[in-house]
Design a protein around this ligand. Sequence first.
Ligand SMILES: Nc1ncnc2c1ncn2[C@@H]1O[C@H](COP(=O)(O)OP(=O)(O)O)[C@@H](O)[C@H]1O
Ligand SMILES: [Mg+2]
Length: 506
Amino acid sequence: MSQALLECADIQKSFGGVPVLKGITLDLQPGTVTALAGENGAGKSTLMKILYGMQAPDEGVMKVFGNEVHFAKPTDAIALGIGMVHQHFMLVSTMTVAENIVLGAEPGSEVALDLNKASTNIRKLSEEFKLAVNPHAVIEHLSVGQQQRVELLKALYRQARVLILDEPTAVLTPQEVDEFFAILRGMRQQGKTVVIITHKLSEVLAISDEVTVMRDGRVVGQVATKDTNAAELARMMVGREVLLRVEKPDADVGTTGLLVKNLSVSTSDGSKRVNGVSFEVRKGEILGIAGVEGNGQTELIEALAGLVTPAHLTGEIRLEGRDITRVDARSRRELGIAHIPEDRHRRGLLLDFSLAENSILGVHYRKPVVSTAGIFLDNQAIRKRAAQIIEDFDVRPTNQELPARALSGGNQQKLIIGREFDLRPKLLLVSQPTRGVDIGAIEFIHRKLVALRDEGCAVLLVSAELEEVTALADRLLIIHEGRIVGDVDPKVATIEEIGLLMTGGH
Ligand SMILES: Nc1ncnc2c1ncn2[C@@H]1O[C@H](COP(=O)(O)OP(=O)(O)O)[C@@H](O)[C@H]1O
Ligand SMILES: [Mg+2]
């Protein structure tokens, strides 16, 4: 084996006396892609921040090409060829691509003078690494995928030999992920060392040469990707056997729960986001809607939940035969429509309110709950209900006085799901139920969705995760530019076929 480009031994780190890294040893070879996998809170980001000089280890040694190094700040790591792209991009949105790339790279120099030279360099790099982006474009006009390319270019511009990527695919569409992986393969070919953090097993298997699995501050597995599989990786990440396949008997389908006829939704500027959509969801089935994000899914679900002003909507929505097109959101909930929204921070939870308070959102009037904190409400009943949801849905920690903000994303999601299931809905509208959720919790959420279906609920599931939607759905519609462009049997259709329909192909 050649000498490691970057290695660390027995790295330890505590925050406020709580150990977060408990002795990590890792080495990275040139020209390889290493996946760093592990559930939320395992310590992946902390370890990478240490390798990038953003945080100092309490104990342990780091070496670059065999020489011990001590990074006091990221520029020390950058000087030795280590680059990092963070979970949240660090670009200045009002500046151009070239300005962002040069920014801070050449301290003390005249930025204006450098920009011409920089543009030429940026063009060269973008050709070499197939990172198409216009150096003169302003960041805020770029898509998330393009902004990520700018971050990569920024690292390459600084001559990074090691690229650390913290959950880079979380913000990308399936198509963008494919393009992104092609870029990473190109980098590997050029001898770069890539470390990619992800908790998606399919991505680990698709892109990496080596996998390091972390759990609870330790490395619990280091394997060559070709020698492992999804089940083994999941077991290492979670620390127990995990059922990766959704076990689901055939749907026992009843009468029509939801009927949507020729529904269109437009924005205030008049553009149509949902365009003449018709379908039905029967009781006891999960109808999936697959599509690249931004093709009308959000607007469709919001229209069904009653969150779109009637003026922006035409067509007909019926719940068990009853016309509810003009019924407001609260009344729809009372009629038996539950909603697990895609953006749990904006729509699902009040982050500064307790778990108990969040567990009754939308069940009682929102106003008294929010403004007078319990005066009009039966506190004991709330506590009992919250405790039940926390127990049934395995929300951790279990202290219902904690603000929702204190929970991890997966536990916040379990709280929302528990609250919505507790309505005993006739129709469940659910978007991206497992985004940002750990594998163990994904398995749990999937089981709960199937159980609700088997109780006779009509479930409408929107997910950008093709694997999820094909595994859960009994029937699958594909949405593209606001129209239903396909209706397939998820047991038969291939991911390629569905992917093609999603991009408007046939
Ligand atoms: N600056 C910090 N202060 C206190 N605790 C932190 C800090 N950064 C991370 N942690 C804690 O360290 C643990 C590991 O976090 P992190 O490295 O972000 O995990 P991962 O990236 O694997 O999800 C978590 O419990 C997190 O809450
Ligand atoms: Mg992280």
